[in-house]
Design a protein around this ligand. Structure first.
Ligand SMILES: *[C@@H]1O[C@H](CO)[C@@H](O)[C@H](O)[C@H]1NC(C)=O
Ligand SMILES: *[C@@H]1O[C@H](CO)[C@@H](O)[C@H](O)[C@H]1NC(C)=O
Ligand SMILES: *[C@@H]1O[C@H](CO)[C@@H](O)[C@H](O)[C@H]1NC(C)=O
Length: 230
């Protein structure tokens, strides 16, 4: 065997071994809907393919979108980074790029303000990651023109894209919700009440996280939420 061939073979084997033993990715992830993430869903985001092998255009509108909240330093997004094996290979420490157009062609660096464990002890687990989007970011991706695409990559090189959704206005929860088919007045009220209660709880939770992170209240007290949360 030629030395270069041997080298290529060894490299291929090494990469192959890495590929089966080291996986972590954001949860939810672009391209995975209706089931739990599995370790072989993890991608290897690169400059050429920031979402790995997942097709962006055909998946962005199907993705579970996580809400963008308004924070002190612009807008922020919180999601879980889930690992599928322990140690440095399953790192939940990430860097994040954001593409406000949702096309995958306009990524810029986002500021990770709360990061994950670079060497988790447990074989599978999650850390909440908080990302501050650049000031003035306006999400314009997807058919409703309110989605941002995030490319998440761990220090071990694994990850995937995830989708964040930004509402244009502060219209209340009840108005922004996708109200289900039962259109009776009584039911509309019941749904709206439940939705409002849920959103208030979520708002409090996220506000707390932002506060802890920033050690002070965010300028905008009421985070904006997506209809898909309902
Ligand atoms: C993150 O993961 C934990 C554990 O699975 C779960 O309880 C929590 O709801 C998740 N949070 C978000 C924002 O996805
Ligand atoms: C990133 O976030 C940290 C913590 O909020 C802040 O101190 C820093 O200035 C930010 N950097 C950029 C480039 O936005
Ligand atoms: C609609 O909702 C109301 C109130 O929750 C309920 O009484 C009624 O049975 C529902 N109708 C249908 C068709 O589900």
């Amino acid at each position: 065997m030629q030395p270069t061939t041997l080298f290529t073979t060894l490299l291929t084997l090494a990469l192959g071994a890495l590929h089966v033993s080291a996986h972590a990715m954001p949860n939810p992830a672009l391209g995975i809907t209706g089931r739990a993430l599995q370790r072989n869903d993890a991608q290897r985001p690169s400059d050429d393919k920031p979402c790995g092998n997942v097709d962006i255009a055909s998946n962005i509108d199907k993705a579970t979108a996580i809400p963008v909240t308004v924070g002190k330093d612009g807008t922020s997004v919180t999601f879980n980074m889930t690992n599928f094996n322990g140690g440095g290979d399953g790192s939940r420490k990430v860097s994040v790029l954001i593409d406000p157009t949702g096309t995958g062609k306009n990524f810029v660096k986002a500021n990770v303000t709360k990061n994950g464990d670079p060497a988790p002890k447990e074989d599978t687990g999650s850390d909440l990651i908080t990302v501050a989007l650049p000031d003035g970011t306006k999400c314009t991706g997807g058919k409703d023109k309110n989605l941002c695409l995030l490319s998440v990559k761990s220090t071990a090189g694994f990850g995937a894209c995830t989708v964040a959704s930004q509402l244009a206005s502060t219209t209340g929860a009840a108005n922004s919700g996708k109200v289900p088919c039962n259109n009776s007045k009584k039911n509309r009220r019941a749904v709206a009440t439940r939705a409002a209660r849920f959103l208030r709880a979520q708002a409090r939770e996220l506000e707390r996280e932002v506060e802890v992170e920033e050690q002070e209240r965010s300028l905008h007290g009421n985070p904006l939420f997506v209809t898909t949360l309902l």
